[in-house]
Ligand binder design. Structure first.
Ligand code: ATR
Length: 482
């Protein structure tokens, strides 16, 4: 069930939000603390679906400024007018018991909001919330890291065992998975933002996105869970690609964002529940110690960007390397060509290794010479210094540094004069047309955008996740739209 929070701030806004959200909501939560001078009967008669009356006090993170007596009066009024549910805070005291005891038609949701890093134990919270005999128990807490979603999952699993209706939400961007996966873990409902207006709580997603992109209301206990782990993840487009690809492959699976800082905590908790995941900066190296098996190429490169669970073992591989070379070779086969890789970090290792495997003569240049020398020696490549470049014969240039990436879009790792007559590839895909590629175009060089590499590596990931061929045209259309 998707519950959309109606938050005003005016009655007109609230009515607009109700109308815009109707298609995506199974129930509405009327935030009587956020709507100015709420007319409860107007709201209820316009809702056309069951409603929850919530009047969250400031002491529990809400906006209601009046007295406790006034607040209870508002909830009682809503109940008298016939609202289906009232939400009352566990910490409101004896009045909770009274609502539970006196309820007739109106059911009671008892809620607990753990604010700002307050330590709490799931067992204690669960015990307290279930002790009052409410119809639904609701726990919300602030999550700083995606690993903390595990508390919500465990809370819901406990409630499911006892056949209790429960909601558990990790608030904030890091807690997005708790809003998406509630059904997988047996939750009663999730809360969503209205289609218009702002959000009622940090991390809230709109009902339409929950339904259309994530199919949140049709997930099941057996639904397979995938996602991307990295930090930061704001730029990630993986959810927009992999969720539609699952639907296309008729696979019961969902793909979420997991912004992870503490990899250890994540892998020991939420990670154990995942069927596969993409790995991005800064975890491509560190993830390796949590895996049961690593593809030999990924091992040599020293980076994993894709993990799948097979027979309960985690298997890691690297689709960046073939993704980059497939992009380059779609324009220019590398066999027998002199390929200059710029950079000596993880991306450079992947591209240089794969290019050599495919028969290229690979040269390495880097801002820090020493690193280029070490890498050249390790992989048997030719080292060149920046100064020597002008006098070096090169056919293909591949930028594997982060130079030119947003926000530094006016920077390029190489002078324009070097680009003439070459094929130039940039692993940076944001922006799609980097300064390097613009310079290359201006001197008539052939160019290949990092978006091609991104697409290729995502398509290979999709094959690993779904077992089916990925439709790149379909993926390209999505990428152009998001
Ligand atoms: P990744 O895993 O994405 O490759 P990395 O391992 O941190 O990231 O490597 C970043 C690469 O970009 C390095 O080659 C780095 O050069 P140094 O070895 O000299 O640090 C290169 N790089 C980053 N910023 C740069 C800049 N402003 N100018 C030139 N090279 C830069």
């Amino acid at each position: 069930m998707i519950i959309v929070s109606i938050i005003g701030p005016t009655m007109n806004d609230a009515l607009g939000q109700m109308k815009a959200s109707r298609r995506y909501a199974d129930m509405l939560e009327l935030r009587l603390d956020m709507i100015a001078d709420p007319n409860i009967s107007t709201l209820l008669s316009s809702a056309k679906m069951p409603c929850i009356a919530t009047c969250r006090p400031e002491w529990e993170g809400g906006s209601f400024k009046g007295s406790e007596a006034q607040r209870i009066e508002i909830l009682e009024a809503a109940s008298l007018i016939g609202v289906e549910y009232v939400d009352i805070e566990l910490n409101a005291g004896d009045v909770v018991q009274e609502f539970v005891r006196r309820r007739k038609e109106t059911r009671v949701i008892v809620s607990l909001h753990v604010i700002e890093g307050a330590l709490f134990s799931i067992d204690k919270a669960y015990k307290a919330l279930t002790s009052v005999g409410a119809d639904v128990v609701k726990l919300a807490y602030e999550a700083e890291d995606a690993g903390e979603n595990i508390l919500a999952f465990e809370f819901l699993e406990k409630a499911k065992q006892q056949r209790l209706k429960a909601v558990a939400i990790a608030m904030g961007e890091a807690g997005e998975a708790s809003r998406l996966l509630y059904k997988k873990f047996g939750g009663w409902a999730t809360y969503a933002a209205a289609e218009t207006g702002s959000i009622a709580a940090l991390g809230q997603i709109s009902g339409s996105v929950l339904k259309k992109l994530y199919r949140a209301d049709s997930l099941k206990p057996q639904t397979r869970v995938f996602g991307v782990i990295g930090n930061p993840l704001k730029q990630s487009k993986g959810t927009h690609l992999h969720n539609p690809l699952f639907q296309k492959a008729k696979m019961d699976a969902v793909y979420c964002k997991f912004p992870v800082a503490d990899l250890d905590a994540f892998m020991n908790g939420v990670g154990t529940r995942l069927d596969g995941f993409s790995v991005t900066i800064p975890h491509k190296q560190n993830i390796m110690k949590y895996l049961d098996e690593i593809d030999p190429v990924a091992k040599t490169i020293g980076a994993v960007n894709t993990v799948v669970r097979r027979k309960n073992k985690l298997y890691g591989t690297n689709t960046d390397a073939p993704g980059a070379l497939d992009a380059i070779e779609a324009v220019q086969p590398v066999k027998g060509k002199r390929v200059l890789v710029v950079g000596a970090g993880g991306a450079a290792r992947a591209i240089a290794y794969e290019a050599k495997q495919r028969g290229a003569h690979v040269l390495i240049v880097n801002r820090t010479d020493k690193k280029a020398q070490v890498l050249a020696k390790e992989f048997g490549l030719e080292y060149v210094s920046l100064k020597q470049l002008e006098r070096t014969e090169i056919d293909i240039i591949a930028n594997a540094t982060s130079v030119g990436m947003v926000p530094d879009v006016n920077e390029s790792p190489l002078p324009k004069a070097l680009l003439k007559g070459k094929v130039v590839f940039d692993a940076v895909y944001n922006p799609p047309l980097t300064k390097l590629l613009q310079d290359a175009k201006s001197v008539g060089a052939k160019t290949i955008s990092g978006t091609e590499m991104y697409l290729n590596q995502a398509a290979m990931q999709s094959v690993l996740y779904t077992g089916k061929k990925a439709d790149k045209k379909f993926m390209k259309r999505i990428l152009m739209a998001v």
